[in-house]
Design a protein around this ligand. Structure first.
Ligand code: ADP
Ligand code: ZN
Length: 519
């Protein structure tokens, strides 16, 4: 069997050897066992079901949620001489009947189907009348209602196990946190499946996070280190994508916008230029990237916090597929923490969902604020331990300084409290610094005992303190008020000097404009 698998790898796919755990996975499924495969994007998941599908009698049924990827895969397989087809809503009725006919006639090695199609009584009936080699469930994390790709139909795929108990199933995903993993096993009834967990580490990617001071200048400085290289700049909103792309273009960078609000023709044109030309910077929302296979993306920059650690991993993972050095860079600031906390607190979601969202945000903030190795933290989110510090993240390369900020934290907290827990960081910082602005005077806040007690630190330092206190949950953003800060349950211990607060010293962006040279 081993030699048959290798023969197929050589003759059909043209590769000389299996990668990582591919061979063990192929053997498990070819023997009729179930498998759960967790492998990062680009790790080589497809071969894990394609080869067993060719080894076993009958047609391999591949469930996939993405029509575009289905077509690409089938095209590639057919070019390699494999009898593959797909069935989804993009086909006309006649073609669908033709494909069904081929399935029944035993003329297909592999058939890709959308989940909703697979689950129809008609299709399940067809499967009962023809030998099936295996079921492959791609993007298996779609069963998870906590993920962003939740597909209700995926939940019903458990019925494959009931109706076809003897046919092996292989579920695959690039999302590997423990919660999702457990949910896949439970929802797809994969308790007896062997689990294959590949390392998610991408050692060639250097991770860096910078506190936001002047995002545009920081971005230009970052891009200066990546002249004429291809990269992606992610923003949260469409508007910010448009603004950033336009401004970068004015600054002499070949930058193009991409988001779901642009018409299809523009999106396709920009995507093609990004793929074909050298050194194009794509400024995009998360709508960009799924299924983009460009090996030489040299950097991914985030101007806003991503949705989750999984999202961050997926997005940054688009850099350096060619294994050459690449960078993942992010700027992040006080406003992100406030906005994200409020978005969660004021959403319509139920308490369970909010708790999950909150813990996802906390994981991200922990990553952004950490003084330890970032790679260790990132991999930890995927239940993976990285032995030792990586030596290829900003914290490893230049260990951040920390300072005892207990007194500053106490001043910040008392000032929030004494001004009535009704103001945002900007106003509280004015009071601390003893700025008698009109608003401060009008509200009588120049009379507070905390007025001017923080004059020894400048505004940027205070913003850094507030950001870190919020990220650590030592202060809270009021879900009702716009940017309003209030004490948290854990503020007490700090105020009573029972707990010390150590914060990182943020690197300062020097004042004065550094101009990007004309190309
Ligand atoms: P995934 O689905 O995990 O994102 P793919 O199955 O699309 O990854 O594979 C990623 C790339 O790696 C593809 O270009 C594929 O042809 C290549 N690849 C996969 N397995 C091997 C192998 N054993 N040897 C060489 N290249 C491989
Ligand atoms: Zn590190």
């Amino acid at each position: 069997m081993q030699s048959q698998a290798l023969d197929l790898l050589h003759s059909v796919f043209g590769y000389s050897e299996f990668r990582g755990q591919q061979q063990a996975i192929v053997e498990q499924v070819a023997q009729g066992g179930d498998a759960l495969v967790l492998m990062p994007t680009g790790g080589g998941k497809s071969l894990c079901y394609q080869i067993p599908a060719l080894m076993r009698e009958g047609t391999g049924i591949v469930v996939s949620p993405l029509i575009a990827l289905m077509q690409d895969q089938v095209d590639a397989l057919r070019e390699a001489g494999v009898r593959a087809r797909y069935l989804n809503s993009s086909l006309d009725a006649e073609t669908q009947r033709e494909v069904e006919g081929q399935l029944l006639a035993g003329e297909l090695d592999m058939l890709y189907v959308a989940p909703e199609r697979l689950l129809t009584g008609r299709f399940l009936g067809l499967l009962e009348r023809t030998p099936v080699a295996l079921f492959a469930i791609d993007e298996a994390h779609c069963v998870s209602q906590w993920g962003h790709d939740f597909r209700p139909e995926y939940r019903e795929l458990a019925l494959l196990h009931q109706r076809f108990p003897d046919i092996p199933r292989i579920a695959l995903t690039a999302t590997a946190d423990q919660r999702t993993r457990d949910e896949i096993v439970e929802r797809l009834a994969l308790d007896d499946a062997r689990q294959f967990v590949a390392s998610f580490d991408r050692p060639n990617i250097r991770y860096r996070v910078a506190p936001r001071q002047n995002a545009r200048r920081q971005l230009l400085d970052f891009l200066d280190g990546h002249r004429d290289e291809a990269g992606i700049v992610y923003c949260l909103s469409r508007r910010k994508v448009d603004d950033t792309a336009a401004w970068l273009a004015e600054s002499g960078v070949t930058a193009l916008p991409y988001h779901a609000g642009l018409d299809a023709e523009t999106r396709t044109r920009h995507q093609k230029r990004f793929l074909r030309e050298d050194g194009v910077v794509m400024v995009a929302t998360v709508a960009f990237g799924m299924g983009i296979d460009k090996p030489d993306v040299r950097f991914v920059a985030h101007l806003d916090l991503p949705r989750s650690m999984e999202g961050y991993y997926q997005e940054t993972g688009r850099a350096g597929r060619d294994s050459l050095p690449a960078e993942a860079w992010m700027v992040y600031g006080l406003a992100d923490v406030v906005t994200m906390s409020q978005m969660i607190a004021s959403s319509e979601a139920g308490d369970d969902r909010k708790r999950v969202e909150r813990s996802k945000l906390e994981a991200l903030l922990g990553y952004a604020e950490t003084t330890r190795c970032r790679r260790q933290l990132l991999l930890h989110a995927f239940a993976e331990d990285h032995a030792g510090a990586c030596g290829n993240c900003d914290n490893c390369l230049a260990p951040p300084k920390t300072w005892d900020a207990t007194v500053a934290a106490q001043k910040a907290m008392s000032c929030v409290y004494r001004s009535g827990q009704r103001f945002g960081a900007g106003h509280v910082i004015d009071i601390l610094r003893g700025e008698s602005s009109e608003r401060v005077r009008q509200l009588g806040h120049d009379q507070l005992t905390t007025f001017g007690v923080g004059a020894d630190m400048d505004e940027a330092q205070w913003r850094s303190v507030f950001r870190q206190l919020l990220a650590a949950g030592l202060l809270e953003a009021d879900p009702e008020g716009f940017g309003t800060l209030r004490l948290a349950a854990s503020s007490r211990a700090v105020l009573k000097s029972e707990q010390k607060v150590w914060l990182r010293e943020d690197a300062r962006v020097e004042k004065g404009t550094r101009r990007r040279k004309e190309r």
